[in-house]
Design a protein. Structure first.
Lengths: 226, 477
């Protein structure tokens, strides 16, 4: 469970986000404007902050963010914005934002990204390999074995699998997969990602075994045993 | 519309408003400048010419004296008296005075100068004796004279009448004044003419603009008689007309897009509404509601996709994204896009071939947008190519010009549709049954334009052949 602060001027959006995050078991606090949001973010301890980019009144999202970072508060911040322009995104990330999501968005996208931010807080583990069920991945020799038998993967499939391993048990949206593995910023390209994942699946989830890559309804994947 | 016919309220028709026009003012300014120059020139001419005539007389005076002194000095008085015989008009009156100033001989009626400056010419007004044709006694005349002291104390005066010079001066002044007056009038007339022409052109332009403002977008601003290669106003008009062409094209595009949006958004909205209403009316179990909600979510996601695509295109067309440009390699991006779509092509047993002759194609750009544009082209090709077909992607650089070809073995694009495939929401008749929103190729065109590339459908014997290439520099207008 994590403590999440939502700074969002639109009450309905804030409430929807609150409910979605509560469903995921988080403790959620709301701030209706930049000033009160900033005060709470400085005065209390939060694990992650959801910050609306554009808010009426004196303090907009970027100003809140800049003030927070100047005050030395390093809480991860996910910026929500109706502005999708890439320079807006760059500005948001430059001002100290950790992720950027443009409105409108799927809630699964928001919760999955928040989870990723919360995990990132713990830092990436320095590992040389992974193992899940009968599947093993060795990062040093660059090999993958399924029940001891080597699996032949294309370079991109290897990166895809590594990403799944590193985020095992977490919800990953198609967009997150695309951005992490192909390293381009994405739009919906869901069906093509699906094709890549189904090819990977054929290699690591042969018929008759319990699958490791699970498809979630609403454009997400989870990599886990059973 | 009635407002088009109505005379423009700001129409510059009255002459009194002429002075406000730039052309008239400029002409007037030039006229003033010209006037000052003319006055200076005329003054110089006048001084030079009249001075020249006087100088000619001054030059002659000592020669006249020398002629008198030639011969016996005792006969001087007789020669002065006899001078009238060779000058019956008395143009050049002579006189000989004795040392008391009494005139001994000659027709020079002025007083003896005192003191006598040997030979220095001077001007003197005298009362005439009426000698000579057309002269009236008692009428003053102006003479240019020189006086010399003789050895015996007598004074010899030699003079010339200046009436002719005065007449010439008067004539010269009159001529110069007339010329100045004519120049002034002509200049004024020219200024009025230029001003009126400017007013007429502005009127025509104003009328055209009013017509455009009232909705007639097909109107264009009139150029001068010189055609497009005319004066500065013409250049401005040409630029504005170019802008109007763009605006008109955009308006048509927006209208077309609106029609298509109406169709492409209304259909899913209607389905969404129908599904929800049906659930409200008939659903009586949790499962029914569940199904209705799922259907509604699916429709809404489809709508969101369309909206996002539209927003992205406007954003790309805005050009503001150039701020986010970095150094990128188009070859690597194309590589990635081909690799990304290879499995999809595989599934339809389509051969996706990629040929490029250069290792790297460095340029400034937005990698994600270019990936998406190239991806859209390949995606489009996969969509339209039948099973077992072939798609060729080629990237070349020749003389610094980039060229990316995507050629498929599908049914191709009707020549009549080749221009419109890049328009928003355009969907060819043959593709209406396929999934898609008609925005893919317009995004390609927008991204290409943002990167100084041009998207075009290539003439092809078979299949669809789309080319992105470095846009030819605009010909200088």
């Amino acid at each position: 469970m994590a403590r999440v602060l939502i700074i969002e001027d639109d009450a309905l959006t804030a409430q929807e986000i609150q409910e979605a995050l509560r469903d995921d078991g988080h403790q959620v606090e709301l701030a209706p404007d930049g000033r009160s949001g900033l005060l709470r973010a400085v005065g209390e301890e939060f694990d992650v902050i959801v910050l609306d980019r554009m808010m009426p009144g004196g303090l907009d999202g970027l100003a809140v963010l800049a003030t927070l970072r100047t005050a030395g508060i390093a809480t991860p911040v996910l910026i929500l914005s109706a502005l999708s322009a890439v320079d807006e995104r760059v500005r948001g990330l430059r001002a100290g934002g950790d992720d950027y999501l443009s409105k409108p968005f799927d809630f699964i996208e928001l919760t999955a990204r928040l989870d990723a931010l919360l995990r990132r807080r713990d830092g990436p583990a320095a590992v040389t390999g992974f193992q899940l069920g009968r599947l093993e991945m060795d990062l040093l020799t660059h090999t993958v074995r399924l029940a001891g038998q080597p699996v032949d993967l294309q370079p991109r499939e290897f990166r895809l699998l590594e990403y799944f391993f590193r985020n095992a048990g977490q919800v990953l949206t198609r967009t997150m997969v695309f951005e992490a593995v192909w390293e381009y910023r994405s739009d919906e390209r869901s069906n093509v990602i699906d094709v890549h994942i189904s090819r990977l699946r054929k290699k690591i989830d042969p018929d008759g075994t319990a699958p490791l890559i699970h498809t979630l309804r609403g454009s997400g994947y989870v990599f886990r045993e059973a | 519309m009635s407002s088009v016919k109505r005379k423009a309220p700001w129409r510059l028709a009255r002459l009194s408003e002429l002075r406000r026009t730039a052309g008239f003012r400029m002409a007037l300014l030039f006229m003033c400048l010209y006037g000052v120059i003319a006055v200076l020139l005329f003054a110089f001419l006048y001084i030079q010419i009249s001075g020249y005539a006087v100088a000619r007389i001054d030059e002659w005076l000592p020669r006249g004296r020398n002629a008198m002194l030639r011969g016996d000095m005792a006969q001087l008085r007789t020669r002065v008296d006899e001078h009238l015989k060779i000058d019956p008009e008395n143009e050049r009156p002579y006189a000989l005075f004795d040392r008391t100033g009494r005139r001994l001989a000659g027709t020079f009626t002025g007083p003896m100068p005192f003191p006598v400056h040997d030979g220095r010419p001077y001007t003197v007004e005298v009362i005439g004796e009426g000698r000579g044709e057309g002269r009236v006694a008692g009428k003053p005349r102006t003479l240019r004279a020189g006086a010399w002291l003789m050895p015996d104390g007598q004074v010899l005066v030699v003079s010339q009448d200046m009436a002719e010079i005065e007449a010439f001066d008067a004539l010269l002044l009159k001529a110069l004044a007339t010329a100045a007056a004519i120049a002034l009038l002509m200049g004024l007339a020219g200024a009025v003419l230029i001003g009126r022409r400017a007013v007429a052109r502005l009127d025509a332009i104003t009328d055209a603009i009013q017509a455009i403002v009232s909705g007639d977008l097909s109107q264009r601003l009139p150029t001068g008689r010189g055609g497009s290669a005319g004066d500065d106003l013409d250049r401005l008009v040409t630029v504005v007309n170019g802008m109007l062409n763009d605006i008109e094209r955009l308006m048509h595009e927006v209208k077309g897009a609106c029609d298509n949006i109406a169709h492409d958004l209304r259909t899913p909205l209607a389905r969404l509404l129908a599904g929800l209403e049906r659930a409200q009316r008939r659903a009586n179990s949790a499962a029914d509601y569940q199904e209705a909600v799922e259907a509604a979510i699916a429709e809404t996601l489809g709508l969101l996709t369309i909206f996002n695509a539209m927003l992205r295109i406007s954003e790309v067309e805005d050009g503001a994204r150039r701020a986010g440009f970095t150094d990128i390699d188009l070859a690597a991006i194309t590589d990635d896009a081909v690799e990304f779509y290879a499995p999809s092509a595989d599934e339809k047993r389509i051969t996706l071939a990629y040929a490029h002759d250069t290792a790297a194609v460095p340029m400034r750009g937005d990698a994600s947008l270019l990936f998406e544009a190239v991806g859209n082209l390949i995606d489009n090709a996969i969509k339209f190519t039948p099973e077992g077909g072939r798609i060729t992607v080629a990237l070349n650089v020749r003389h610094g010009a980039i060229r990316l070809d995507v050629h498929d073995s599908g049914p191709g694009i009707d020549p009549l549709e080749r221009e419109s495939v890049f328009l928003r929401f355009h969907r060819s008749e043959g593709s209406r049954h396929l999934p898609g929103n008609g925005l893919g190729l317009s995004l390609v065109a927008a991204v290409a334009k943002l990167h100084g590339l041009q998207a075009a459908v290539f003439d092809s014997q078979q299949g669809c052949h789309i080319v992105l290439r470095t846009a030819a520099p605009k010909p200088a207008a």
